[in-house]
Write a protein that binds this ligand. Structure first.
Ligand SMILES: *Cc1c(COP(=O)(O)O)cnc(C)c1O
Length: 240
């Protein structure tokens, strides 16, 4: 237990240093990228260790597993992010138990989350997942469909639209990774400009949820505000 604590604390410190350096190297405002710890397939004890080292934001992508952990960790003031594919029969439990949902990619899911968000909780933070590379097998909405979905989500009072999220294909080349992530940054800025012109009272999207263990530096270079990091904090996962 103590070993796990030390191990995870050291890994977190290392990652935070790398994020800090990448933000500085990109010439961006200090602390403009937040670390979301992806704890999927990792035990509650590992999450407790990370929390003891100051980590507040955690992400899960399997609902059932997440609900058990949220329950067992309810003594801690953690912020929970849902980052998995969403089936419509799962929206109620997601709306009831999470602070953020990064993987909204259709209006039906958004509408259900809005309708099912408990009234005693604040609106749930939402990112729209974009399929940047038109991959058949991936979730996410096509880039040219983002604006209409943004307009619909913005009109839902129990959702707080924060930004866009993407999971690009792994790429070897740093410049190529940056170029792909920049497409999400540009898309966010373009949609923000459109919304400002048509609905000046709506808040702009401030979030870009992009970057994982293997492409975090490139994502930060391209403007990521939230990197979602699992392996570098908790170690390798066994393949499901
Ligand atoms: C698993 C997962 C991550 C974390 O991936 P690592 O490579 O372990 O950092 C980030 N985002 C999503 C959506 C994931 O499913």
């Amino acid at each position: 237990m103590t070993d796990l604590n030390t191990d995870i604390a050291l890994r977190l410190e290392k990652i935070r240093g790398e994020i800090h350096d990448a933000v500085a190297k990109a010439g961006r405002t200090p602390d403009s990228t937040e670390l979301v710890a992806v704890s999927k397939q990792k035990p509650v004890a590992a999450i407790r260790s990370a929390a003891a080292a100051g980590q507040v934001d955690f992400a899960e992508n399997y609902l059932q597993e997440a609900l058990e952990k949220i329950q067992q960790l309810s003594d801690l003031a953690l912020c929970w992010h849902f980052i998995g594919p969403i089936q419509s029969n799962k929206t109620r439990l997601i709306a009831e138990n999470f602070d953020w949902v990064h993987t909204v990619d259709r209006v039906r899911i958004a509408q259900r989350l809005n309708d099912q968000r408990p009234s005693q909780r604040p609106p749930v933070n939402i990112c729209i997942q974009v399929n940047l590379q038109h991959e058949q097998t991936k979730s996410g909405i096509e880039p040219d469909q983002v604006t209409p979905l943004v307009e619909q989500v913005m009109a839902m009072p129990r959702l707080r639209l924060r930004g866009l999220m993407a999971i690009p294909r792994p790429a070897e080349d740093f410049a190529e990774q940056v170029a792909v992530f920049r497409r999400l940054t540009t898309l966010r800025d373009t949609v923000n400009r459109f919304v400002l012109e048509t609905q000046p009272d709506m808040p702009a999207m401030d979030v870009l949820s992009m970057g994982m263990t293997n492409d975090m530096q490139a994502a930060i270079q391209a403007g990521s505000t939230h990197v979602r990091i699992g392996t570098a904090i908790f170690g390798e996962r066994s393949n499901k």
